[in-house]
Design a protein around this ligand. Structure first.
Ligand SMILES: Cc1ncc(COP(=O)(O)O)c(C=O)c1O
Length: 480
């Protein structure tokens, strides 16, 4: 189907082809997927789909002609601001996801500094290594320097002294996460706020994944410290609805303490011959579907429903954490608050666990080691997990045992060889050799990932990034 059909296909034929294309996708119904998707009860799906389709065609490019979309957005921003301890001054926008929210927060900080601190010519931001990689993307896109600081190797929280030491005269923005994705740990936001005030800097809290569920968990008795606008010094917060609010993908917000700061987010283009372009966010034309669907799911599940979802999520998380803590050879990293956790293995490779779980129909996520964080397996747990936890835990414990008994996915000599490759020596031929070797070792070209993950982990982030770029550059091209 790589050329247009001469005669259009019937609706039935298109529907059948769609099903065929979707055949091998990661299944998400039934709670088997511990990353990427967040699964509400089946009845909620219909509400989301109805709202999405009802506003699919409306264009959020121009809120003056689609007052519906403006109303949805104002409602959603109001809900988000109240949820995050904001007052009536807090403003914000609906975006396509966490990455866009963070990109905008960084771009806003840059343009705010250009206006308020014009002496700064090469702005930088101080970012914990545990903060999501979308901050690196923002640094790259907007030419803001990235001053990466380590995290405590026991708690995986950033240390305020390290952040303070990284601040210089060109620093415009500090960053903390509540919680960070990798280990599910909340940074010391209160202390970061005090530091930001002391240095008169902006502070962005990335609450993309934790922001929605954490206040519910606090109400359930969990020790959730203040992490958003209730912390003095916090100037912007990002929070995704397409994670623990169970909205359709394409639903996040970025909020600012006041309009003065948000002004720097808005792009207005009047110097061309066409219509006036006034874009608060990155996209211009965009479907009203995600916005309407987000509004609908918030109204439908409501406060009581989300509290119940949080309770179910908490119970599943506690059971999984306890089982991992009791299992020999593995340990939970740090002390996560909320529905995410990561575990590492001592004395064996953690990566075969991922393949052993996949073979049993579960998706758990491998994470490479970096700056004090060992290679590990990440789990994002949601309300649907509770229904499958009794089946999941025996399979997880068995997979850990398989990995504990398995030979290393890559022999030590090969790892040493890979570790010694300087990133500059990288070329296509080397890449092809590496991939062929990994496929042969796994014997499972499609699903086997342990060998390639062990190799990527050994080669370090610079070389690994080149390899992964090459892989995607091949992937998004016609097969050879
Ligand atoms: C803390 C945090 N920030 C940002 C993001 C990026 O969000 P998205 O994938 O919606 O762009 C994520 C995604 O998991 C996240 O956990």
């Amino acid at each position: 189907m790589r050329t247009l059909p001469v005669q259009g296909l019937s609706a039935e034929a298109v529907a059948a082809a769609l099903e065929d294309y979707g055949r091998d996708d990661l299944p998400w119904r039934g709670g088997g997927t511990f990353a990427y998707v967040y699964v509400p009860e089946p009845s909620v799906e219909q509400v989301i789909k109805h709202a999405y389709m009802r506003f699919l065609t409306e264009n959020a490019l121009d809120p003056t002609v689609y007052p519906s979309l403006l109303r949805f957005e104002q409602d959603i921003i109001g809900i988000a601001a109240a949820h995050l301890g904001g007052d009536a001054q807090v403003v914000g926008n609906f975006t396509s996801g966490g990455t866009e929210s963070v990109l905008l927060a960084v771009k806003t900080a840059r343009d705010h500094a250009r206006a308020m601190k014009p002496q700064i010519k090469t702005p930088n931001m101080v970012v914990p290594v545990s903060a999501h990689a979308c901050f690196h993307k923002a640094a790259h896109y907007f030419d803001v320097g990235l001053r990466l600081v380590p995290v405590d190797p026991q708690t995986f929280q950033v240390r305020v002294a390290d952040v303070a030491a990284a601040i210089d005269a060109d620093t415009i923005l500090l960053v903390g996460s509540a919680c960070q994705y990798a280990h599910g740990v909340i940074d010391p936001i209160g202390d970061l706020g005090a530091l930001a005030l002391q240095h008169e800097l902006l502070l962005h809290v990335d609450a993309c994944i934790g922001g929605f569920i954490l206040p519910f968990l606090r109400r359930l008795g969990e020790a959730v410290p203040p992490f958003a606008f209730d912390v003095p010094g916090v100037t912007s917060v990002s929070m995704d609805f397409h994670k623990y609010a169970y909205a359709a993908k394409g639903a996040s917000v970025v909020l600012y303490r006041d309009k003065e700061l948000r002004r720097h987010q808005i792009f207005t283009g009047a110097r061309w011959t066409g219509y006036s372009v006034i874009n608060p966010t990155i996209l211009s034309s965009k479907s009203g579907g995600p916005l309407a669907a987000c509004w609908a799911v918030l109204q439908h599940i409501g406060d009581g429903g989300y509290l119940r979802y949080a309770q179910r999520t908490l119970e599943a998380t506690q059971r999984i954490r306890a089982a991992i803590e009791a299992a020999p050879g593995v340990r939970v990293l740090g002390d996560p608050t909320g529905p995410l956790l990561a575990f590492a293995a001592d004395g064996f490779s953690v990566f075969p666990i991922v393949d052993a779980m996949r073979a049993k129909g579960w998706f758990v996520q491998p994470q490479l080691g970096f700056m004090g964080s060992p290679p590990n397996v990440h789990l994002s747990i949601d309300q649907s997990t509770l229904d499958v936890v009794d089946r999941f835990l025996p399979d997880l414990l068995a997979a850990i045992e398989v990995a504990r008994q398995a030979p290393p996915p890559v022999p030590a000599e090969m790892l040493a060889m890979v570790q010694a490759i300087p990133p500059d020596a990288y070329n296509r031929q080397m890449y092809e050799m590496m991939m062929a070797g990994a496929r042969a070792a796994d014997g499972l070209p499609k699903d086997g990932t342990a060998t390639i993950n062990a190799l990527l982990n050994a080669m370090g982030p610079e070389l690994a990034a080149k390899v992964m770029t090459e892989y995607f550059n091949d992937l998004y091209a016609p097969p050879r």
